[in-house]
Design a protein around this ligand. Sequence first.
Ligand code: B12
Length: 320
Amino acid sequence: MQGYNSDLFLTTSETADLLGVHPSTVKRWADGDGLDADKTVGGHRRIYLRTALSFAEERGIDTFLTPFAPFESHVWLAVRDAKDHQDFQRIRSLALGWLIRGYPRRVTALFQELISRPDLSFAQVCDEAIQPFMAEVGTAWREGRLRIGEEHMASQAILEALIQFSPRNRLEDPDEDAGRRHPVAVVGAMEGDHHQIGSMCIRVLLEREGWQVFFPGANTPVEEFAAIQRARSADLVCISTSPPAAGANMRRATELLREYYRPTHPYNLVFGGSRIRSQSVLSGDLPFRSVELFESAREFTDWVRDRWGGADDKAWMESA
Ligand code: B12
């Protein structure tokens, strides 16, 4: 991995985005106020990335690239591909390269940068960046390019990035039972399933949508999902399950949860995980408000918003 691509140049609006100012300010700076710029034959300004970054440093402007030195150009290209072209290939290669070189904190920072981008949705980052990156980590481990410890560090790096985006300002509400202010969910992974990242994505996603989430995490016995649901009158029980046991897991969980179900505490049951759609759940007379299967965070978000409204839509306050 080369440290810096010194030939990389930006347009006026890309420079403005990087420096956090209006494009007209960049034009003013470029027209004699300290920012070196070239002009194309068509008269458009071109500013070298290294010039923009030195200018930022001189003026004390923090850019999102500053912490990534000396890989600013790699990160800039990777983030540009992600936000402008929905192409996460460079993100994956960069993160995998850093992991192999022993820079897991950079991996966390890179995914944090993606999640914080207003031009990318949280669900999209989960489905199109985190999921394929972790799949690549799995492949690299199988092919002997990564050690198991490095795979663990990749999982940890991603979990740390995700947890930063869980809203910190919402503690449990002691008055929750008196007057519900948030819809409530229980989210975790199936008993015997130690994969935690999928359910963590869903936990943070729901919290960002305004939900109160109880998160027992990976390897949660089905009875515990039932107990937490009942204790908290949760509207949703979300269970993550991985192949190859997904079908059997879903049938077992549905069977057990049916026994524990109380019509006084109704809820929707949701299963999620890769390639679970091909599996069958129990059919017949099920007591749940519905049983849903999702393979992506994006489809799940659409379904949640459709039923309960989005983060800015408080329709559920009346319906609760
Ligand atoms: C990291 C990892 C681990 C880590 C997990 C660490 C942790 N803290 O989570 C560890 C090392 C513990 C692990 C263990 C094992 N693993 Co593993 N693991 C992986 C790996 C590399 C990444 C999984 C991951 O985190 N993905 C990222 C998340 C975001 O993706 P996701 O879970 O699919 O979630 C997305 C969607 O599915 C969906 N979703 C997921 N859950 C939910 C829930 C709801 C409600 C909704 C709506 C949506 C939803 O939204 C998410 C965002 O897009 C995968 C490789 C791969 N190709 O996936 C293998 C993989 C899942 N593991 C596998 C295996 C076999 C195992 C082990 C059996 C290995 C072993 N021989 O010991 C054990 C099983 C342990 C157990 N009992 O569970 C297999 C699965 C089996 C299969 N394909 O048949 C995989 C696919 C690797 C492979 N190709 O063989 N693993």
